[in-house]
Ligand binder design. Structure first.
Ligand SMILES: Cc1ncc(COP(=O)(O)O)c(C=O)c1O
Length: 365
């Protein structure tokens, strides 16, 4: 965990950096457990449905364990993402058509095909991904968040897509509390990109369950990794936010870019999706949900993608169609993050845009 010289109108920012995991995101935590369990069960092949961090992570862990790996990606996957996944040599199936349904199809068909699918909210993945929050809690308890920090953060903010990581955070907090390790559990806040925010929509409406967004309610966003219109564990994320006294909010791309630049200025490279917690914290602080003086852990879930030029061998399969159009963005939050002391403004480190806006979305990154 890092405590950069950032605060948001008096709320102290701590960053749980997940980009230092072997393939650059928190997904390695779930993949490690999934692959270990597959090995223990004598399974020869693992798989996942993802066009991003989870695909690269599963492929890498399978390669390390000498297991076959099949990765289902959308036909229009950006080249930089495809190249990164291909680095680890999985069998890549490009799916042309309704990619979203594959999340469920893969889980149903995997056993007959001899493939253990470790998708975004499968129990093995959630078990591994609890360790993000457990590490964060341990760091606070051990005094690593600084002399002025409490024994546990007042709040944790993390991006939500499928809801697998959010479910894991909630489980970690509940288990640590039940074990007597946590006197004052943190509030859990989850954040989505405004252009694709089914969980935030359900929270704002007071719904009991998250429902799938129609294609015309989904727009483009720089936070491509978390743009999931039909999150399989969205309802769990909703319950986790309410149960802990937190919330689910949406932030627009301008706010995400600002947060990404401020983190870069503090020396932390994160992908757009992983900058959403800082953007959300600004909004939460402006709305009074977070107070000045509170210590907030923002989970920077991944480091992101670079470009490349390798040739990639991938097959293409065809399914039914899906489509989407743009949705209106939310207004920019007013509160600003700044370095301390306040006279020093953050060095904005964003001369180039690290990740381009992408169009499609589906369950499981
Ligand atoms: C960088 C990044 N952050 C956050 C998430 C959201 O995780 P989850 O799908 O478990 O909600 C993802 C999902 O792929 C991701 O790639």
């Amino acid at each position: 965990m890092r405590t950069p010289d950032l605060d948001v109108d008096g709320a102290r920012v701590h960053v749980k950096v997940e980009g230092t995991n072997p393939t650059g995101s928190f997904k390695d935590r779930g993949s490690a457990v999934g692959v270990a369990a597959a090995l223990a069960a004598g399974t020869d092949a693992v798989g996942t449905v993802s066009h991003g961090n989870m695909a690269a992570s599963m492929a890498a862990h399978a390669a390390g364990a000498d297991l076959d790996c099949v990765v289902l990606v959308p036909a229009d996957i950006p080249t930089a993402r495809l190249e990164r996944i291909a680095t680890y040599g999985p069998r890549i199936l490009r799916v042309d058509g309704d990619y979203g349904r594959l999340y469920h199809d893969a889980l149903a068909l995997g056993p007959a095909a001899g493939v253990e699918f470790v998708n975004s909210d499968s129990p093995l993945r959630v078990a591994g991904q609890k360790t993000t929050t457990l590490e964060l809690l341990r760091a606070f308890a051990a005094g690593e968040a600084g002399a002025d920090a409490p024994a546990a953060p007042d709040a944790v903010v993390m991006p939500v897509s499928s809801g697998g990581h959010a479910s894991a955070a909630w489980k970690a907090v509940r288990e640590a509390t039940a074990a007597g390790l946590l006197d004052d559990p943190p509030r859990l806040y989850f954040v989505q990109a405004a252009a694709c925010a089914p969980v935030a929509r359900a929270y704002a409406r007071g719904d009991d369950a998250v429902t799938r967004l129609d294609a015309d309610a989904v727009g483009e966003t720089v936070a491509y990794s978390i743009a999931n219109p039909d999150p399989p564990s969205g309802t769990r994320a909703l319950a986790a936010a309410r149960d802990t006294g937190g919330a689910v909010v949406a932030v627009d791309d301008a706010a995400i870019r600002d947060a990404q630049c401020d983190l870069a200025g503090a020396g932390l490279r994160v992908e757009a999706a992983s900058a959403t917690p800082l953007a959300a914290l600004r909004r939460l602080r402006a709305e009074g949900a977070v107070d000045a003086g509170e210590h907030v852990a923002c989970v920077a879930t991944g480091v992101g993608y670079g470009g490349g030029s390798m040739s990639v061998d991938a097959e293409t399969v065809t399914r039914g169609n899906s489509g989407r159009r743009s949705a209106p963005s939310e207004p920019r939050p007013r509160a600003t993050a700044r370095r301390r002391p306040r006279s020093r403004r953050p060095a904005r480190a964003c001369r180039s845009r690290p990740e381009l806006s992408r169009r499609r979305s589906w369950p499981g990154r």
